[in-house]
Design a protein around this ligand. Structure first.
Ligand SMILES: [Zn+2]
Length: 362
């Protein structure tokens, strides 16, 4: 949709008169209404319009997927088979839109250097410190190595990767002979549907069955502010115990929720939760992740908040140490799932899903 404004709402809220702020919001709602009505008239939707245009013979597609912040556009897969789908920044798109609308008949020249390289392998990068007392039991550190190509993926999931690598470096230096094996997984092709972690779960059942706990970090650069028990009935008992030695300066920011609900997707911990593994998401403070860095063209190194990343490393190293040293194996007992007041049906535990092994898999 051609945007009503390239300024985020918080900017309007700060500087606009209340009347013009209200008017802008109304204009936005009206523009969306018209846009959606157009879709309905064409008999297509956001999902299948790309395919429809390609099949109708389009030479290429120009899109603009604004993320809501100054200069930030969202990048996802092109959705086309053979023709280019090119994302334009908000104002480039807007100018073109105005020129078309006013009958100026603009012509554009697209220079794209992308190439189709055919089938290219993707992979998981794994490393471990072997356990001494219980080498066949595991504590897993988890983040994903792939990112969207609009930028370098600094906060999705560069910072998660940094946290897990730095945690491993510290543990190797001061805890070289852990009780349990500590394994770090930097998963591949997470962005295509948790494929690296789902493949690992499918390929290594003996590890999955003997995993004490998994810690995943994948929602930005911020310090950890939420940990959910992911639906494991007794998670309160052991996660609280593991959190005990975490310094107050770090712990005071963290809200916990036990037993919580099992995560069905969003990041790689979900692949393990589905397999019944106590797998936890170390969930970050937003730092404008949603508006600015999640899957955008400006997810770059300069957005990293190293003080928060450092705090997350300390937290992860302590949780890993504590989970590894724990005398008992963490309980996998699941909560009784709640009944929806709307449907009267009981929610079900997320199902294990097969990875895509090839881009052509559905
Ligand atoms: Zn991610």
């Amino acid at each position: 949709m051609n945007q009503v404004t390239g300024r985020p709402e918080y900017n309007w809220e700060k500087f606009a008169t209340p009347e013009s702020f209200e008017k802008m919001k109304k204009d936005k709602i009206e523009a969306s209404r018209k846009w959606n009505a157009n879709y309905r008239k064409m008999g297509v939707n956001r999902r299948n319009i790309i395919k429809t245009l390609e099949e109708a013979g389009a030479a290429g597609i120009l899109s603009s997927n604004w993320a809501g912040g100054f200069g930030a556009n969202r990048i996802f897969s092109a959705g086309t088979k053979t023709i280019p789908n090119i994302d334009l920044r908000l104002e480039d798109y807007s100018m073109l839109y105005r020129m078309v609308k006013s009958g100026a008949g603009p012509e554009i020249r697209v220079v794209s250097t992308s190439k189709d390289l055919g089938v290219v392998p993707t992979f998981n990068a794994l490393a471990e410190i072997r356990g001494v007392e219980k080498p066949d039991e595991y504590v897993i550190l988890s983040a994903h190595f792939d990112s969207w190509d609009g930028a370098t993926g600094a906060t999705d999931n560069g910072t998660g990767t940094i946290v897990m690598m730095e945690t491993m470096r510290i543990l190797k230096a001061i805890y070289p002979n852990p009780k349990r094996t500590i394994l770090v997984g930097h998963w591949g092709f997470e962005e295509g549907g948790l494929n690296g972690s789902r493949a690992f779960v499918e390929d290594f059942p003996e590890i999955v069955d003997n995993t004490q706990a998994l810690f995943n970090q994948d929602n930005g650069t911020g310090r950890v502010v939420n940990i959910s028990g992911q639906g494991f009935l007794n998670s309160y008992e052991y996660v609280s115990k593991w959190l005990l030695p975490v310094p107050g300066e770090i712990k005071k920011h963290i809200k916990t929720d036990f037993p919580g609900m099992p995560g069905g997707g969003g990041s790689d911990y979900a692949s393990f939760v589905a397999a019944g593994v106590p797998a936890f998401s170390l969930s970050s403070l937003d730092w404008s992740y949603r508006d600015y860095t999640w899957h955008t063209n400006i997810d770059t190194y300069d957005k990293i908040i190293f003080d928060d990343v450092r705090s997350n490393v300390i937290l992860t190293a302590i949780l890993t140490y504590m989970a590894s040293e724990d005398e008992s194996k963490a309980s996998r007992e699941k909560r009784i799932m709640p009944v929806s007041p709307r449907t009267g049906k009981q929610a079900i535990w997320p199902r294990k899903r097969a990875p895509k092994r090839k881009a052509t898999d559905n």
